[in-house]
Design a protein around this ligand. Sequence first.
Ligand code: PEP
Ligand code: MG
Length: 812
Amino acid sequence: MTVGLILVSHSADLARGTAELARQMAPSVVIAAAGGTDEGGIGTSFDLINDAIGTADTGDGAVLLYDLGSAVLTAETALEFLDPDAARRIRIVDAPLVEGAVAAAVTAQGGAGLDAVASSASTAGLPAGDAFASPPTVAAVEETIADDHRHESVRATVSVVNPLGLHARPVAALIRSLVGLDVLVTLGRPDAPAVDLRAVLRVVALALRGGDQVEVVATGHDAAAAAAKVTALITGGFGETPDLPRRIAPAAMGAAPARMGNAPTGFRSISHPAPAIVDAVLAAVPGAPGLAIGPLVRLDRAPRQLAGAASPRGADLDAGREGARLDLAIASAAGRLLAGNQFEVAHAVLLADPELRAAAQPAISNGSSDAAAAWWDAVGLTADRLAGDPDELVASRAVDVREAGAAVLAELGVVVDRIPAKLDGAVVFADDLGPGEVPVLLERGAVGVVLSRSSTTAHAVIVARGLGLPMILRAGDEIGRLAAGTELVLDGDSGTVTVSPDHRTAEAIRGRIIDLARAAQLRTEAARGPVYAPDGRQIMVVANIGSLADAKAAVESGADGVGLLRTELLVLDRENYPDEDTQIADLTAIFEVLQDRPIVVRVLDAGGDKPVTALDLDPVHNGFLGVRGLRYLLAHPDVLQVQLRAIFRAAVGHHVSVMAPMVSVASEVLAFREAVRAALESLVADGLPHRPPDQIGVMIEVPAAALAADEICAVCDFVSIGSNDLTSYTMAADRTETGVADLLDPSSTAVQRLLDQLCRFAVASGTPVAVCGEIAGMTEHVLGLVARGVHELSVAPVRVPIIKELLREHAR
Ligand code: PEP
Ligand code: MG
């Protein structure tokens, strides 16, 4: 049974945008948009509605949602012209258009009947008001559910595994895992108030972190399946466990560990006394390393209320029209953000929180504010509440809510830009920053940033580290109270600010900044040249990358090319799997940065600890020993064909090779070659410009492939050793399980014997052998690999100069 959906709006854009949003949650539901007049103007059209009914009702009926009351008249007229049976299958439901559409679509996707779909639409949208006041208890929520659904509940208590716990991205993953299920899920600490999973901000505000217990209650037809999915995701750590300590380790930033706290307890609420300026020095928390000196420029907070013409309060406002404008703006902002980077995707998830939209409704309904003002008030209220939370991670989401909110405002034609146009050489002080503001600061000339709040894991801080903008955190307000223009020295490594240094100190600091820049430049320049093995062969030191930023870092580091582009990292968090054109755009941007350097593009390695969201992978079926990597692609030839076509089309003018992950036997390599041939043939048939791959290679990361490397080398152009998985599979030790971390040692006898054997096979057959696992960047292993005949080491961009330096020291 599939109930359809008809979305009637006075605006064609609103109907289309809402339909698109709902389709993301319910891909198999037929959703027909009937927006605007026949001529495309504002209004409704009998013919368009009639057509939409015909499309959406495939025999099981359809639910019709509308934006403004007058649309009902047209819809009812359309029903009068249907035969009585068909008319009975259409339910016109009075509900908020966007929330109603999403709720109805999700319910229909689960195969629910017409009445259930209509009822889910009409109850969509949580009540407006105090978003964080007195959330219902688990018992109270269950009572409501029991009345509504009369189904048994499934309750489970599990431990949160990933150190950062249930922040926005994991919550989004949980919500997505329930698409199509008829269920209501609440989360809470045991014996504490529970919250509806769909209310993203409330769940984030629970501040559940690694080691905490969380009680999951699922109620509805699919309670058991939903509880299983949610608990599996939570106990699986959302793929974050191995990454986080690396990303935020204080040592990695050269920071002062004592002030940072230790993971995972360091993420919990810590009450820091506000630092004070003592002897002209303020000691705070290191955020991003580097030294800077410059005059203080204070960034005002984003305006709490919108002023002037942009926000006509009390004017002659049409509540229905303002509500519809806001819905459209939210839908288009979310759509735009979903196509963006990981932080933007997280912002889109915040916009899907029905409480945020609901909080804007009262001011719109009573005519006191237009869409922009009502929305910005709701955003400000929510952000302020989050900012006041004692848990630093929850508090740091305030800035994300403001940034997501600002994206909606921009759709409404109101731009909130608090960053001055010219910041030449300034040290900027701000309460907090959104991740999108950091590149803007850099572009406009800021040399350093002091934040009064924030945390080492805040997105803005991660972005600053990536861009090399020195930053210190949790500096309190004293710096902000200094006169604008006061000279400041910011040391992002030690987390200190020196106020009004004397002339000699200032000159010494400027000299040091120049020296540091020169040393970095020299290291990079030295890295640019070729390096050789002790036996005289040239060794390519290339980079492992997974993003455009990595590609830039690779070029700057002096890498000779790219030995591993992990394409799954380009799509990991995306809500929708990118189509061929989108993949071409992503790859082209990266290839252009790399110019004529050789590039090895690894086709999608989905599965294992890389749960590509949009492909809805199962943790067991697609786990480390399941349908992962090439196995997945051969089982989903459409995904592989689209990717290969995109690679070959983007490759025009570049030196691109392709490589398959997770190969076990030679027949899989042959199947991969066949897929490459088919993709090339289809491009020729379509008459599209493209460039065939320079070489076709495979990863050797499964012991079976290492042991039969002679058979594999016979059918491919090169091999690349994935020592991370090879070690894991050889030692039967999950890469993400800290309990067996000691076993994950590439120096172990078993792994070394496999490396010996597979390199011997490769060299004997004349097949070039590269290494792209972490072992390639480990100084203690480099010479051993090179001695075995390895010709290419592919390492993280920051390791390139280090590995080149090591090889130079040992060259003849
Ligand atoms: C490896 O397994 O060594 C490898 C490079 O692949 P990934 O780390 O992406 O699994
Ligand atoms: Mg691997």
